[in-house]
Every structure is written in C-alpha cells, then in structure tokens.
Design a protein around this ligand. Structure first.
Ligand SMILES: *[C@@H]1O[C@H](CO)[C@@H](O)[C@H](O)[C@H]1NC(C)=O
Ligand SMILES: *[C@@H]1O[C@H](CO)[C@@H](O)[C@H](O)[C@H]1NC(C)=O
Ligand SMILES: *[C@@H]1O[C@H](CO)[C@@H](O)[C@H](O)[C@H]1NC(C)=O
Ligand SMILES: *[C@@H]1O[C@H](CO)[C@@H](O)[C@H](O)[C@H]1NC(C)=O
Ligand SMILES: *[C@@H]1O[C@H](CO)[C@@H](O)[C@H](O)[C@H]1NC(C)=O
Length: 519
C-alpha cells in the first residue's frame, strides 16, 4: 500500500488513483473477537460516509462565543436547522460523492438533517470495489457478530477531498469495563463500608429535598453502545430501596434505539439509576445501542442520530472510550466536529475519563509513555474523573480515586479555556512523572470529578455493592448539571450548554482541586 503513495501524488485525479483516508487507523483485531472467515460477496453491508463539511472555523468560533459567559452571545444557541445551514457539505461535495457511489452501483443511501453523513447499504462485493484494499470478514465475541475489513481501505483520488472517513470498515467497539472483575477485587479489599447511595451523594453534594427538577422542558440522557440494557424493574426497585427523602421518577421517559431482552448490564443499570438520583424528577432518556447492523459502529450511529433529531435532551452522559493511538486522526478530528455541532445547540456532553489512570503504552525499553483516551481527550466535551471518600465509613471530603483516567491528548492541542489552570497545576506539583511520558501541549483532562467508588446498584433485581468507576461519577455529574439547567430554565435562562469555558472561569469559586489519596 505504502509503495503506491508516491505514484498517487504524481497521478492524482487524472488517472483515478486511490489513496488512504485513514492510514493511521489500528486494524488489529482485538483479542476477544474470533475470526469467522470472509463474508460472502452477496452479503449486505452498511457503510457510513462522513462528507466534508463547510465553515468549521466559524462553527468553532461560534461555539466558543455561545459558551463564554463574558461574550454577549452567551447562551444564544443555534437550532439544528441553523447548524445545517452552517456546516452542510457544498453542492459540489454532495454531487461528487453521490456520483461516485452511483457509478459503483450504490443507490440505497440515507442522509441526516445536517446532510453531512450518507449511510448506504450495498453488497460486500460492491463495498470492496468502492473501497479498494478493503476485505470484509465476520468476527464474533460472546453472542455478538460484526463485519469489518481486515485491511486498510482507499478511496478514489477524485473524492478524497470530499470525504473525512468511512465508518463501518475498521473500528471494533471498545471492550466495556469489566465491572464484575472490579467487584471481585474490591470485595477482597473492603470489608465494611458505607457505600455510595443516592442519600450519600445528595448529602455530600449538598442537595436538599427541594433540589429536584420541576421545569417543564428539562431533560437528560444516558447512552449505551455495548449491548448493555437497563431493566425498568431494576430502576423501580432501586428507587424503592434508595429513593427516600427526595422527589424522583422511577421510569425512563423515552428509549431511543433497541433495548434487548436478556440480562441487565451492570453499567447500564448504574448509569440510569444514578443520573435519576441526582437529576431527580427530571425527564430522562436512554439512547440504547444505536446501530444494529453488523457493519455499523454503534458510537458513530448515535452521533448520526443526534444530527437527525431536532429535539434531544440537554445533558448527555457517556461512559465509553478508546485509546487515542488506536484511532485515525481523521476519525477523531471529525468526531470532535460532531461534538461542536452538539455544543453549539446548547447541549452538554459528558464523557467518563476512563478507569486506567494515565494509561500505559509500552514502547522500547525505557521509553514507556502514558496513553490518552478518546473521546475523553476531546476539547469539546466535559470529561469526568473519579474520587473516593477519604474515610469510607463517613461522608467526608474526597481524595482522588486511583483508577481515575486522566492525561494529555496527543491529537488535540490545549484549548485556551484551560491554559491558565493547567499551567498553575503543573507548576504547583513537586513530583511529576518523567516529562517524556506526557505531552503538555495537548488538551488536559478530566475537567471535573465526583465520587466513583463503592456504589450500590440494582441489576437483575439484585442490590450489588462495590460498583466503581468513572462510569459512576459521570451520570452523577450529569444529573447535577441537569439540576442547574432546571433552575436556569425556571428563571428563563438558557441551558449551560458546552460547559468548559464557563467552568474554568470559576477558578476558586465553587471548584477545588482534589488531593491525591496518599497526601
Ligand atoms: C434521518 O431521519 C429521517 C427521517 O426520520 C430518516 O428517513 C432517515 O433514514 C434518517 N437517517 C439515517 C441515517 O438514519
Ligand atoms: C456543602 O455545604 C457545606 C456548608 O455550607 C460546605 O462546608 C461544604 O463544602 C459543601 N460541600 C460541597 C461539596 O460543596
Ligand atoms: C416534579 O416535576 C413536575 C414536572 O415534571 C412538577 O410538576 C413537580 O412540581 C416536580 N416536583 C417537585 C417536588 O418539584
Ligand atoms: C418544550 O416543551 C414544549 C411544550 O410542551 C414542547 O413542544 C417542546 O418540544 C419541548 N422541548 C424540549 C427540548 O423538550
Ligand atoms: C503532542 O500534542 C500535540 C497536540 O497538542 C501534537 O501535535 C503532537 O504530535 C503531540 N506529540 C506527540 C509526541 O504525540
């Protein structure tokens, strides 16, 4: 493949040469997926084409203006229609891409309201012709089956500048956090402790009985991508056990996507039970496993949904991430734009910072470095880390939870809103890891943290203690943001939207540094 590249440069655009869009995408098959062989040429595949958008500089400027309290445009959010008018691909781009697909016999395509994605179904044989170099195979893990290409794809030189990436070719869903593994480990460590319940959270974060939602239009959501389901009966039982002392709901208002049968997922149960405990009495949605075709990428499908719905909740919390170094820069850059499109609408996106600390990449001997995770490292989401009670028997102050993910992006440069905070932090530290381990020119995360240790969760009708991870702190923070939105709506103010510029301006007011547990 690489040998072709110089030829392409010489012959570009006249001889129909192809080139890679995502040459840096990791195509190793994750361990837990078993290879089942090449798919038949006649099998249907769905590919998602991310069309090149327009006015991205303007989008970024606008996002920062509407999110900055010191700007006269603060809170003047865009509708999805206005976002479309701004970013929609040029007529030329739409024409070139459609003609290219049609000339390959691909005609069954659907778009989204913002017109910047095309999702098309075609046979494997056609897909391999549209994307030279690709070869589609089936992989299975537990009872899930996926279709992915075992080799990198190229696209025609003429369409190269009109497409950001093609979805459904490479990326496997990241392995979910094995909460059960954590459970077993914790069980042997902690004998007795208080455990985190809605009452403990509401006490610690000073939420009184009147701190519940009451604004008509308020809403919050959690999203799941790893075949995880919540059970309405678990939520009801959880609220019956732990919902005393504050008005709350015990039902989800809307499920977007498909809820499977079978056992409830611990992760899904955790998310929904806790966002509805801090964001109490607020309408709650679940985005569940968007993308059910074997060749779709569920996370990408969820982003397509957000670009295809005019009315979506104000706060979204997501516990999902991948190593930055396993994803192509083209993919991450485009997904980052999708976050801007959401933020400029006044919607808050919260991502868990991950549960592997700074992460670790083993390079040559003596050359190890930390391993940032995406989307946690996107400058246009709010990333949530984890803490634990200093004294696990009491509602005391918090220290860092050792598992809490954090670090610096190697892809996204440090956004202006956090430069001061990060410089001050780095200067104040007496003992930092070797400088070669991390890249201080990148976006630093997390932005916020909350308790992430020893939660009680009801899953499959059983109350389970010791559930831990930043997937616990993220919905808790999401619910609190939704409560603040609620107060703002009641005063006729707009939602908080993309939080970070405002967050870092708070400095000492309302926010403080969490100390390491060892100090
Ligand atoms: C977007 O929504 C429209 C209208 O509901 C639908 O026809 C279309 O299939 C959706 N697009 C995708 C990619 O699902
Ligand atoms: C809760 O309120 C008390 C008393 O005003 C204060 O000391 C404490 O810091 C507050 N807790 C948090 C987490 O802000
Ligand atoms: C709960 O929310 C509803 C609106 O959804 C509101 O009418 C009711 O007053 C709220 N309850 C409390 C205690 O604020
Ligand atoms: C807000 O409430 C109005 C009236 O009930 C409804 O039409 C609208 O869709 C709501 N908006 C959101 C974002 O929920
Ligand atoms: C460090 O981060 C910057 C982005 O801020 C990036 O351009 C650069 O390539 C990164 N360096 C390494 C060694 O990854």
């Amino acid at each position: 493949m690489r040998i072709l590249a110089p030829f392409f440069v010489l012959a570009c655009c006249s001889l129909g040469f192809s080139e890679h869009l995502e040459a840096d995408q990791n195509i190793l098959i994750p361990d837990h997926w078993a290879h089942m062989g090449r798919v038949r040429p006649t099998e249907e595949i769905e590919l998602t084409f991310a069309l090149r958008q327009q006015n991205l500089d303007r989008l970024e400027d606008l996002l920062l203006l509407v999110s900055d309290p010191s700007s006269p445009q603060y809170g003047k959010y865009l509708t999805l229609e206005e976002v479309t008018a701004l970013v929609r691909p040029s007529q030329l781009t739409q024409k070139v891409v459609r003609q290219w697909l049609q000339s390959n016999g691909v005609s069954n395509c659907q778009t989204v309201l913002t017109q910047d994605f095309l999702q098309c179904s075609m046979t494997a044989q056609v897909a391999e012709a549209v994307l030279p170099g690709s070869e589609f195979h089936r992989y299975v893990s537990d009872d899930h089956s996926l279709v992915r290409s075992s080799s990198l794809y190229q696209v025609d030189g003429d369409v190269l500048q009109h497409i950001d990436f093609v979805g459904g070719v490479h990326r496997f869903p990241p392995k979910g956090q094995d909460l059960n593994e954590v459970l077993t480990k914790r069980r042997s460590e902690a004998k007795f402790h208080l455990g985190v319940t809605p009452a403990a959270l509401r006490a610690r974060y000073n939420l009184t009985a009147t701190d519940v939602g009451s604004a008509q239009n308020n809403s919050q959501a959690v999203a799941q991508f790893l075949e995880q389901f919540y059970h309405p009966a678990d939520l009801a039982e959880f609220m019956a056990m732990f919902g005393q002392g504050f008005q709350h709901r015990s039902d989800v208002d809307r499920v977007v996507g498909t809820q499977g049968g079978g056992k409830a997922g611990l992760e899904a149960s955790l998310d929904i039970e806790y966002i509805m405990s801090t964001g109490a009495n607020i309408s709650t949605w679940v985005f569940s496993n968007a993308g059910r075709h074997e060749s779709q990428e569920p996370f990408l499908q969820w982003l397509l949904l957000l670009s295809n719905m005019t009315d979506i909740p104000w706060v979204h919390t997501i516990s999902y991430g991948d190593d930055e170094d396993s994803l192509s820069a083209a993919y991450m850059t485009r997904i980052n734009v999708e976050f801007m499109k959401v933020g400029v609408r006044g919607i808050s996106m919260l991502f868990a910072s991950g549960d592997s600390g700074a992460g670790c990449k083993h390079l040559a001997k003596g050359g190890n470095c930390f391993r940032p995770s995406f989307p946690a490292s996107s400058p246009y989401v709010t990333t949530v880390g984890g803490t634990s009670f200093k004294n696990p028997f009491k509602i005391t102050y918090e220290v860092t939870d050792s598992i809490s993910g954090g670090g610096f992006s190697n892809i996204f440069k440090m956004p202006d809103y956090q430069v001061g905070a990060v410089e001050a932090y780095l200067k104040a530290q007496s003992a930092l890891p070797p400088k070669t381990y991390f890249n201080t020119s990148g976006r630093a995360y997390p932005d916020l943290a909350a308790l992430s240790d020893n939660y009680w969760v009801v899953s499959d009708r059983i109350p389970i203690p010791w559930v831990s991870g930043t997937s616990a702190s993220t919905p808790v923070v999401g619910g609190i943001l939704a409560l603040i939105n609620d107060q703002r709506f009641r005063k006729g103010l707009p939602s908080l939207g993309f939080l970070n510029p405002r967050l870092y301006q708070l400095k000492g007011r309302g926010l403080f540094d969490v100390r390491p547990s060892a100090l």
